[in-house]
Design a protein around this ligand. Sequence first.
Ligand SMILES: Nc1ncnc2c1ncn2[C@@H]1O[C@H](COP(=O)(O)OP(=O)(O)O)[C@@H](O)[C@H]1O
Ligand SMILES: [Mg+2]
Length: 312
Amino acid sequence: MSNIIEVSNLTKSYKELTAVDDLSFEVYEGEILGLLGPNGSGKSTTINCILSLLNFSNGSIKIFGEEMKPDSYGIKEKIGVVFQEVSVFDELTVYENIDYFCGLYVKDKEKRKEYVEDAINLVGLMDFKKFYPKKLSGGLLRRLNIACGIAHKPKLIFLDEPTVAVDPQSRNNILDGIKKLRDEGATIVYTTHYMEEVEILCDRVIILDKGKVLAKGTCDELKELAKIEEKISVEVNKLDNKYVEEIKNLDNVADVSYNGNVLLIVYEKGKNNLSDIMGLLKKENIKYNKIYSERPTLNDVFLELTGKELRD
Ligand SMILES: Nc1ncnc2c1ncn2[C@@H]1O[C@H](COP(=O)(O)OP(=O)(O)O)[C@@H](O)[C@H]1O
Ligand SMILES: [Mg+2]
């Protein structure tokens, strides 16, 4: 697999603040790479440095094997960018907006028509072609913003938090569309602070905090970093406190709590946790309703690495 992007020792400061701190990573051809980090962790700054929109004090950026510079127009035309802030023309319709952005790269009229239709279909704006942006809901406007960024069928696509404040239907549409772009051959860099999104979307994830790489790998690899193995919740209407203490002393148990009819047991690495707890409930004749087990999430990993939650 070849590297489409190579970021080496990138450092970017705004006066005293180091927004990106000696960051190195690669993006492989054909993957969706997620940059996951809380607000202010340096995701947008990283993207803007990669695109040569910001200058930086240290480091180097290679795209398609070549050094990226502000005048690397040959590289830039193979890139599509969807910025965090929606940027479309209010005086142009949905169709005209997409046609305009596509026309910056695709001069052939017939080809452009086809590309614009493809983009409209990808984001599901078929019924809104003649609408002006002001008439679109927040979710549809985001979808238009995405269509404008990807209509020229770029090989490499950057999407900076494209689902913030959109309705669930638009979010699903956007995530499906991004997968489709990857399946059609694009390489994608996707930033978000929603761990659920990287779980369903990204082939690999880099967790960022304070401009540094905290961890990188597939979601499964990252979850291996969590010291906990699983969380088991048992709905119990009544539970004597002595059982909470007893469970605390079972093998592999890291933490136990009993709140609002839910007994939550956090297990360290180990096997047969569920059958252990079922055995105890049966032995003590404790009545329970639902019982379910959850694997650690990326938020658990982030919490262990930083002591704080992904979401502020
Ligand atoms: N133009 C700027 N001037 C000064 N500080 C900035 C500027 N842009 C971003 N920052 C700061 O740099 C840090 C990283 O910001 P940013 O890259 O926007 O993070 P993210 O995209 O992960 O939310 C934050 O502390 C932010 O306040
Ligand atoms: Mg940002």
